[in-house]
Design a protein around this ligand. Structure first.
Ligand code: GLU
Length: 372
């Protein structure tokens, strides 16, 4: 297994690294220059020695803002929380810019909201920016735009943002750095490898740990599951350990490695299946569910019910009668039109839709990602 890990890591050329608030701050809650300098020096060394491209997702803006503004604790009042993040984010970037500057690297700030991942054009623009930064000796440093992203445009969880960034740029690896050594088993020992994200693994999540960070271990496993489904490995390790990133990339047995399946999803499938938020749902009969699993398009004849509010081109989730997700895909029709054609063959569409032009498929198989 140690051999496998080394082999897997020897071929990594692009990695997303996420560091959490507790890892990037000291015990007093201030940004810890030793951690930031150490990370910058690891990243510079990996780029120089192996040409590895790194995109960094860093938390700590709110934590740094709280410390700087001498607030007794993280504000609960939303505008105050936004203001705290605005103050802290500039401190965070200043420190990273200085740390990378020592290695002749630039730090490029990218602040994102949920919309940047859900709107496909913005999603692709984000990817272009990350690639452009990486092409000119700059390390992209990504965080949620906490100063403006509130309520439903907010992720509130950088583990998930890091997972979506990994899928977006098709990085070969996601490293989640927190203040635990990895996923701990029942005896408190680090699980070196996770092959399946089954109930046994999920049971190892300790509730007391989850309450501390924004995502905790359960959030990390959810984020890791997204990356694993796309076909990439994830390593959860301790960001406080000196040289941790270099050690992880050298294939040392540190942290928990979450092993992906052999198949990697295409970029488009990643967006449709893992990132885009569905606008509606389509319930299909058993025959239709089986046909979808057999790589066929979604036809109106197998549709029983429709929910939500979607337009042509919007992401929808396709479920069976038991409510189990069968697939996600992009609908050719609005909800209103699917209501009209559900249960019918395409030869009836012209009359039902009072239109000469129509698609035979409600969702074409090229726009579908099947869940097994
Ligand atoms: N964006 C938040 C910050 O910079 C962190 C969110 C998280 O901990 O996942 O403070």
């Amino acid at each position: 297994m140690a051999q496998d890990r080394q082999q897997l890591l020897a071929n990594v050329s692009s990695v997303v690294v996420k560091i959490g608030t507790q890892a990037v701050c000291d015990a007093a809650g201030r940004l810890d220059p030793r951690i930031i300098d150490g990370l910058a020096s690891d990243i510079a060394a990996l780029q120089q020695a192996r040409g590895i491209k790194v995109a960094l997702v860093s938390s700590g803006a709110i934590g740094a803002g709280v410390a700087k503004m001498n607030l007794p604790k993280r504000p609960r009042d939303l505008p105050m929380l936004q203001a705290t993040a605005a103050v802290g984010q500039s401190l965070l970037m200043n420190m990273f810019a200085a740390a990378f500057g020592v290695h002749n690297l630039h730090a490029g700030q990218i602040l994102v909201t949920r919309d940047d991942f859900e709107n496909r054009l913005r999603y692709l623009n984000l990817r272009n920016c990350i690639h452009a930064l990486q092409a000119c000796s700059a390390v992209p440093i990504i965080n949620e735009n906490d100063a403006v992203s509130v309520d439903e445009i907010r992720f509130g969880d950088n583990d998930l943002i890091a997972a979506h960034v990994t899928n977006l740029i098709r990085a070969d690896l996601l490293v989640l750095l927190s203040v635990v050594d990895g996923l701990l088993d029942e005896r408190g020992k680090v699980r070196e490898v996770v092959n399946e994200m089954d109930s046994q693994v999920m049971q190892l999540v300790r509730p007391e740990k989850s309450a501390r960070g924004s995502g905790g271990m359960s959030g990390k496993l959810i984020a890791a599951g997204t990356v694993k489904t796309a076909g990439e490995p994830v390593i959860i390790a301790n960001g406080k350990s000196p040289g941790i990133l270099r050690r992880v990339l050298a294939g040392e047995p540190v942290g928990t490695l979450i092993v992906p399946p052999a198949k990697r999803l295409s970029s488009r499938s990643r967006w449709i299946g893992l990132t885009a938020r569905e606008r509606g749902s389509i319930v299909v009969d058993a025959g239709c569910a089986a046909a979808l699993r057999d790589n066929k398009s979604l036809l109106a004849s197998g549709i029983i019910r429709v929910g939500g509010d979607f337009e042509p081109g919007d992401p929808v989730v396709i479920v069976d009668e038991a409510g189990q997700t069968v697939a996600r895909g992009l609908s050719n029709y609005s909800r209103e039109d699917v209501e009209k054609i559900k249960g019918h063959k395409s030869r009836d569409f012209a009359a039902l839709l009072t239109s000469e032009n129509y698609y035979d498929e409600v969702v074409h198989r090229d726009d579908l990602v099947i869940y097994t």
